[in-house]
Design a protein around this ligand. Structure first.
Ligand SMILES: NC(=O)c1ccc[n+]([C@@H]2O[C@H](COP(=O)([O-])OP(=O)(O)OC[C@H]3O[C@@H](n4cnc5c(N)ncnc54)[C@H](OP(=O)(O)O)[C@@H]3O)[C@@H](O)[C@H]2O)c1
Length: 251
């Protein structure tokens, strides 16, 4: 872990913030990316960690993603590990009652953003025949639920793209892991419900969700896993969450 250069998207809150802090404390050099620069600066300052480089970045902007990654200073450009964590869900309505801008935002961020960052980082890894990409998917990519629609589909993309990346990159010694969590209390539901904190809070009422720190611990385990194995896919749920059963529509 020590001195490894790790690019983490979505470092301003939730999983990304917890992963950044945990790995920085273990001596990794973190490029912490996100749109809210003030939060990235706070993260760096609060813990006095000069091994965190804040990178203001909207993953939806293809041109800026390539510019930002290609113009990293020499001491930061040799990325060892990429953690594609930036992502969001918008809305929880049935498909026939959703906003098109919500659907576009999820595809632009969860699929296209992840694509751009990956493609921009890959030449560095393939040149040195070494690397690890950890993509944060979701159990929503495997199990449908009411209102999951495009969010679930975008996470199925993350799962399948991860497997395809691995098929392309195994002979270049680049490991690829799809890490697929269930419900966790972060800013996720606040974003999903357009800033409605009360509605977001209700999601977790009487339920003990995954904590961001749980995911950070798993990421550390994935990174430290023996070099002769590749963890293809890891699915994790809170102990009191399970997959939905079949639904019968009866007359
Ligand atoms: N919480 C859950 O229940 C859950 C479960 C399974 C999977 N996940 C996945 O886990 C990942 C992290 O989510 P979280 O739970 O930690 O939610 P979160 O607290 O809302 O964090 C999401 C992060 O993504 C960043 N982000 C969103 N849009 C972005 C964009 N266009 N460009 C750059 N960064 C962007 C946000 O940063 P800025 O807003 O500052 O840009 C933020 O740092 C997501 O991919 C999510 O789908 C979450």
């Amino acid at each position: 872990m020590k001195n490894k250069i790790i690019l983490i998207t979505g470092s301003t809150s939730g999983f990304g913030e917890a992963i950044s802090l945990r790995l920085a404390k273990k001596g990794a050099r973190i490029i912490a990316a996100g749109r809210r620069l003030n939060k990235l600066l706070k993260l760096q300052k609060k813990f006095g960690l000069d091994n965190i480089l804040p990178l203001e970045l909207d993953v939806r902007d293809q041109k800026k993603v390539f510019e930002a990654i290609n113009s990293l200073k020499k001491e930061w450009s040799d990325i060892d590990i990429l953690i594609n964590n930036a992502g969001l869900a918008k809305g929880l309505n049935s498909s026939d009652d959703t906003k098109m801008e919500h659907w576009n935002e999820m595809v632009d961020t969860n699929c296209k953003g992840l694509m751009y960052v990956t493609r921009a980082v890959l030449p560095t890894m393939s040149k040195k025949n070494k690397g690890h990409i950890i993509n944060i998917g979701s159990v929503a990519g495997t199990y449908p639920y009411f209102g999951g629609n495009i969010y679930g589909a975008s996470k199925a993309f993350v799962h399948h793209f991860s497997l395809n990346l691995r098929a392309d990159l195994a002979d270049k010694n680049i490991r690829v892991t799809s890490l697929e969590p269930g419900a966790a209390e972060t800013e996720f539901s606040i974003v999903r419900f357009d800033g409605d904190k009360d509605k977001a809070k209700k999601t977790y009422d009487g339920f003990e969700p995954i904590e961001a720190e749980n995911i950070a611990e798993i990421v550390e385990f994935v990174i430290n896993s023996p070099k002769n194995i590749n963890l293809n896919r890891i699915e994790v749920m809170a102990n009191n969450q399970t997959f939905a059963g079949f639904k019968f529509i009866k007359n």
